[in-house]
Design a protein around this ligand. Structure first.
Ligand SMILES: Cc1cc2nc3c(=O)[nH]c(=O)nc-3n(C[C@H](O)[C@H](O)[C@H](O)COP(=O)(O)OP(=O)(O)OC[C@H]3O[C@@H](n4cnc5c(N)ncnc54)[C@H](O)[C@@H]3O)c2cc1C
Length: 378
């Protein structure tokens, strides 16, 4: 197969990128190693359309910019067939935590997030009657989206250009671009492409290592996030506690999905690459761990959602974040790693560390990549 561009990985970033590229070029294909698209991080997340308050513009400028831009793009896309809601969200503070809200508000405003407002406990309860807090940051541009339908939006438009059951095993340079060896079941397919976009999520650093290049290549680290379902309570918008920025997550939050189903999570459990993808809920794996974890979830959320009952928590899904920082290190920005074909034409772009807000940022990341390739070609 001869392609103009090959996108490796059919998560939300790969599907959005494939679509953006196919609007401007022919022969764009998305290769996915699983039997279906979107089986990893893109379907195992909170489904929150983030606003951009969490990312400092000095340390995490690309995350901040892509999140704010992606948020706007999601609401502007003609997505009649996707369930999403610009519900707004609350970040809530208990006694002594109010200052954290000021910091997030200032950071968000610097990033261009509009409509942020600090409100007192009474106004928090007006917006979300089951929530109890000393104060809250009202974030009107945040919302919820159904991640599976969001992926389907792009996959439908790409049609037969999404090829599942195709694992990229090696990539080599050639004069007219790149030569990829792709495993498709029991056989190997040879594919050539002028551009390769490696958006293989947690597998993106492994894909890079499958290329014949020397030097220090970026390495990803893995942080699992576990959810509990709460069938008996409904709220109308995501509610987050203020959290420790170095924890690896955003604090255990309460998130309704677009159909009103409430979930709690995700927590942060650093795991090795080998243990990262079995997705077994710890409550099903080990009854001892399970009680401690359920207690941790209950206590974190009961603080701001007092009607929550311990008995009401049911084990839910598990997702894995691909991060560039290791446990204990401050958050790192998304990374774009570009390899020029020094033998001839073409480039390979790899995106690494595409953790949250990657779902929100996907349309913006995709447009950035398509603009870059357009600029190289013209
Ligand atoms: C617990 C959790 C909660 C989150 N919550 C939110 C949220 O509320 N809002 C938000 O904006 N973001 C959130 N995120 C982040 C968001 O889900 C991710 O940033 C996003 O889904 C990443 O998409 P992706 O396409 O890069 O990766 P993935 O969805 O992981 O897709 C990568 C694909 O590449 C494929 N692949 C790997 N290697 C190969 C190969 N060699 N050949 C072919 N295919 C390959 C994989 O099979 C996979 O399908 C959350 C993430 C997690 C884990």
């Amino acid at each position: 197969m001869q392609a103009f561009a090959i996108v490796i990985g059919a998560g939300i970033v790969g599907l959005a990128t494939g679509y953006e590229l196919s609007k401007r070029h022919e022969n764009v294909f998305v290769l996915e190693r699983e039997a279906r698209y979107g089986m990893h991080a893109s379907s195992r997340n909170s489904g929150v359309v983030h606003s951009g308050v969490y990312y400092s513009s000095s340390n995490l400028p690309w995350k901040a910019g892509m999140c704010v831009q992606g948020n706007r793009m999601i609401y502007e896309l003609p997505m009649d067939d996707v369930a999403y809601k610009r519900s707004g969200k609350l970040i809530v503070a208990q006694d002594g935590e109010e200052r954290e809200l000021e910091i997030l508000k200032a950071q968000g405003e610097e990033n261009g997030v509009e409509g942020l407002e600090i409100i007192d406990g009474k106004d928090v309860a007006k917006k979300e009657p089951l929530v109890k807090a000393r104060a809250g940051l009202w974030v009107p541009s945040a919302g919820m989206i159904n991640p599976d339908e969001f992926m389907k939006y792009y996959a439908r438009r790409l049609g037969n250009s999404v090829l599942c059951g195709r694992e990229v095993e090696s990539i080599d340079f050639m004069k007219s671009g790149f030569w990829l060896r792709v495993r498709a079941g029991g056989r190997i397919e040879n594919v050539t492409a002028r551009y390769v976009i490696n958006v293989a999520g947690a597998g993106a650093d492994t894909v890079l290592k499958r290329m014949n290049v020397t030097g220090d290549l970026p390495e990803q680290h893995f942080c699992e996030g576990v959810y509990y379902d709460v069938p008996e309570i409904t709220i109308s918008m995501p509610v987050y506690p203020v959290h420790d920025q170095g924890s690896g997550g955003l604090g255990i939050h309460a998130i309704p999905d677009t159909s009103g189903r409430l979930r709690l999570g995700p927590n942060t459990i650093w795991v090795s690459r080998e243990n990262a993808f079995d997705y077994q809920h710890p409550a099903d794996a080990d009854p001892a761990v399970s009680e401690t974890m359920k207690q941790e979830f209950f206590e974190s959320v009961h603080l701001f959602l007092p009607s929550l009952s311990y008995e009401g928590l049911r084990p839910g899904t598990v997702g894995v974040r691909a991060k560039l920082q290791e446990k204990g290190e401050p958050p790192k920005d998304f990374l774009s790693y570009i390899i020029n074909n020094t033998n001839g034409v073409g480039k390979m772009i790899s995106l690494l560390g595409i953790e949250s807000p990657g779902l929100t940022a996907a349309p913006a990341l995709a447009k950035d990549i398509a603009d870059l390739i357009y600029a190289w070609e013209n």
